[in-house]
Write a protein that binds this ligand. Structure first.
Ligand code: ADP
Length: 263
């Protein structure tokens, strides 16, 4: 806090009181620190695949290129790393667009049931590969919410993507949608590896991953949930998570019903 005190003087020069101004500079400091951390994180994430690409290219140029088997293998790794870089840059652009509200929202009445069934069908093949059961429990006559259908689909895509990634074969993922009071509540529950209690408050932070090595292996940068949180907030909703390591996780969010949203 910055403290500023100014004595109040009357027209006769007597001191009549003191005006105290408390300015919260901690918030600004925190933002600055977050920005510095963000840049450090991005640089690190970009450097890892670049170092690996450079290493394999150098080895190829040093002679490995003459062996067709080795060069094919190295080129495949280079191609995968390039794809990872492209995905990272895409995700970063996506996140900054959402954070800076540069995305053009197509606000309208949205039937979430349609979005849920569309997104779930996108995941059926991947779930099938891992023998995961996808269970849908959507209340009948679900009322509409007010929002951007593509953004809301993105929320479900990111949550389901994680559920599929972090649930071992033969587990199950349940997607529920219901009315709770004056809100619509959506849940994505999995029987996966779960999240340790100390990590729960941080999973919605940009770049936060419980286990960096494992998450990177699975292709994650810790950006998906940050995007989810921004979208839900922009819709006037709330998101949270409960989890038990080794048992599974429950991500749930609420959205105001369209009938209660003015404008
Ligand atoms: P990532 O792309 O790394 O999955 P997210 O922002 O989507 O990034 O998630 C942040 C971290 O939260 C993940 O790295 C993972 O450790 C944890 N996490 C997210 N969803 C789940 C889940 N359903 N089960 C277990 N851990 C999860």
């Amino acid at each position: 806090f910055r403290l500023q005190a100014t004595p109040l003087k009357s027209c006769h020069g007597e001191t009549g009181g003191v005006v105290v101004v408390l300015r919260d500079i901690t918030e600004r400091k925190k933002l600055e620190q977050m920005r510095t951390e963000f840049v450090a994180n991005v640089s690190h994430e970009l450097r890892t695949p670049l170092t690996s690409i450079k290493g394999f290219l150098e080895t190829l140029l040093d002679g490995a290129i003459d062996d067709p088997g080795t060069s094919r293998h190295f080129l495949e790794i280079i191609s995968q790393e390039t794809e990872r870089l492209t995905r990272l840059v895409d995700e970063l652009l996506n996140l900054s667009k959402i954070e800076e509200r540069r995305v053009v929202h197509r606000w309208q009445r949205v039937n979430l049931e349609d979005i849920i069934s569309r997104v779930v069908s996108l995941f059926r093949p991947r779930a099938g590969e891992k023998s995961l059961t996808l269970i849908l429990e959507v209340s009948r006559d679900l009322p509409a919410v007010y929002g951007d259908p593509d953004m809301l689909a993105q929320v479900l895509i990111n949550l389901l993507d994680n559920a599929v990634k972090y649930t071992p074969p033969r587990g199950s993922i349940t997607i529920r949608a219901m009315v709770r009071g004056d809100q619509l509540r959506v849940e994505v529950e999995d029987t996966g590896i779960g999240i340790p209690a100390e990590s729960l408050p941080r999973v919605f932070e940009r770049f936060y991953r419980v286990d960096k090595a494992r998450s990177r292996e699975l292709g994650g940068y810790g950006i998906g949930l940050a995007i989810v949180k921004h979208i839900i907030r922009a819709h006037g909703g709330k998101i949270d998570v409960q989890s038990t390591p080794g048992k599974g996780s429950l991500f749930f969010f609420t959205l105001p019903l369209a009938e209660n949203v003015s404008g």
